[in-house]
Design a protein around this ligand. Structure first.
Ligand SMILES: *Cc1c(COP(=O)(O)O)cnc(C)c1O
Length: 487
């Protein structure tokens, strides 16, 4: 508890310093050379600590966290795969990281080439005409994609189309993005296996429908086998199909959303193509479109002229800009390094391995955990809690108990289709030994739930902090030094 004690957490001592600035560090005129209206009137309120204090503070904090680099992290829908360290080295190359977004494109040809190559690689993998890499996250990609959808209908004078169909099993960002883009959400029911109910869809397809947002495989990890039929129906009704490709893992190099009939999609580079993304960033949510929508993609575009020179283009039909400059370039570099290091052959193995790993865990645990949807899944699947719920042990309890055994919890209580959802996604980067250890521990927890349920209900027992008051933690978070001081 030591480091969470408010008094001990306070490391600042008046006058203590990490290093000393030379007296003449502001030049000959010293501080007088700075215009007086730019000088601050009072000292900034910063902790006064030595270098050693800082090093120990952050090193200790880092060891209290859980990450993909410390253990298995089977967080369904969030694809916490291993992030190869070569990506970090590439992204830190000063030839790229020291570029300024306003410098002459003539002097940034390498960066523009990378952008162009990556957008082309994504276009090939997804079966689309063109991608923009500008959006900063998956949800931002969704918003951008839906703005493309709106622009398309508006450009055709089809102004009645203000509704977008979203399945009840969709990721929460889908309806949220639709609302933000100014479209009205119409919900379509899923069948018990999470797939779209075509009979429920048909009556919704009117001349007011701008399009439909879908995930395939759906939120339950099941492939939407009737996707061609759905695409045909939506297109016949004048709508467009949006594909949420945040978790594009299972299809990589195997199946292309463009071939399934989708018109627009986003990919989360920070899930499918690695990049550390716990804790909220940085991300990248490129948006791909079919040929008839290319002109609506946001500015700026990166183009290549007939001499092989790259240039920055501002399309006149573009929906405007959705980002400062080109987006999160560091994340693009990591994704590009990831794609090149896997190569054409390696990329084709991602989906099958992710799928194999998920099915292996599912089949190994279904005697102890309730599997509501049987059959082969893709990269993830959902249990509806323990099979034997007689001792009152919940999904939350199991998730907390896993922390005691050194595993991160799966995604819990999502999707909302079941009361005790436990969504597991092992990803392709885990070994058979790790999967077996996880399966072993999950069986152990199920046994504890039957025999010593209080141990599971009281978990976690061995972590730095015990069970948190999650409501207060979310509503009244203490996220910085100042807030802690005033708490
Ligand atoms: C993660 C995710 C998103 C949102 O991505 P962010 O980068 O967190 O905004 C959207 N859809 C699905 C299916 C996701 O898993």
């Amino acid at each position: 508890m030591k480091h969470y004690d408010k008094l001990i957490f306070e490391l600042s001592r008046p006058g203590r310093k990490g290093y000393q600035l030379p007296a003449d560090s502001f030049g000959v005129d010293g501080i007088k050379s700075i215009p007086s209206d730019l000088l601050r009137q009072s000292d900034p309120e910063l902790p006064e600590v030595s270098e050693l204090d800082v090093v120990r503070h952050y090193t200790n904090l880092s060891s209290k966290n859980f990450g993909v680099d410390t253990g298995f992290y089977p967080l369904g829908s969030c694809t916490m795969k291993y992030n190869p360290k070569i990506n970090e080295e590439i992204a830190a190359l000063p030839e790229f990281s020291a570029l300024h977004p306003l410098q002459d494109p003539e002097t940034a040809q390498g960066a523009l080439e990378l952008y162009w190559n990556l957008q082309n690689a994504l276009a090939q993998l997804a079966g689309f005409a063109e991608f923009t890499l500008n959006p900063f996250a998956g949800a931002h990609g969704e918003l951008t994609g839906l703005m493309v959808m709106r622009s398309y209908h508006m450009a055709r004078g089809d102004k009645k189309r203000t509704k977008v169909i979203v399945p009840d099993s969709a990721h929460g960002t889908n309806p949220a993005s639709a609302m933000v883009s100014g479209l009205q959400v119409v919900e379509v029911k899923s069948r018990p296996n999470g797939s779209i109910d075509i009979e429920d869809l048909k009556p919704l397809l009117s001349d007011e429908i701008a399009g439909i947002m879908m995930t395939n495989p759906n939120t339950l990890g099941m492939f939407e086998t009737e996707i061609l039929e759905i695409a045909k129906l939506v297109h016949e009704a004048g709508g467009l199909l949006y594909y949420d490709g945040a978790n594009f893992n299972p299809l990589l190099g195997k199946v292309r959303p463009g071939d399934m009939g989708f018109d627009i999609m986003h990919i989360n580079l920070h899930k499918t193509f690695s990049t550390p993304h716990g804790g909220g960033g940085p991300g990248s949510g490129p948006v791909g479109v079919a040929a008839h929508l290319v002109d609506f993609l946001p500015n700026p575009h990166v183009k290549k002229d007939e001499n092989g020179k790259f240039y920055v283009d501002f399309g006149k039909d573009a929906l405007g800009s959705v980002s400062a400059f080109f987006g999160n370039f560091g994340v693009m570099m990591k994704a590009y390094a990831y794609i090149l290091s896997l190569g054409k052959e390696g990329i084709r193995n991602v989906g099958p391995m992710a799928t194999l790993n998920a099915n292996y865990i599912k089949e190994s645990l279904k005697d102890d955990y309730l599997l509501p949807i049987a059959g082969a899944c893709k990269h993830e699947f959902v249990f509806d809690g323990l099979k034997d719920k007689s001792t009152g042990v919940t999904t939350l309890n199991v998730a907390k108990r896993l922390l005691d055994y050194g595993f991160h919890a799966p995604t819990i209580y999502f999707p909302l289709l079941f009361h005790e959802s436990m969504m597991i996604e092992p990803t392709e980067t885990e070994s058979l030994e790790t999967l077996d250890e996880f399966i072993d521990v999950m069986h152990k927890v199920a046994k504890e739930a039957r025999e010593t349920p209080d141990v599971v209900k009281d978990a976690p027992l061995s972590t730095i902090v015990r069970k948190l008051d999650e409501t207060t933690a979310a509503k009244n978070p203490i996220l910085n030094y100042k807030a802690l001081k005033n708490a």
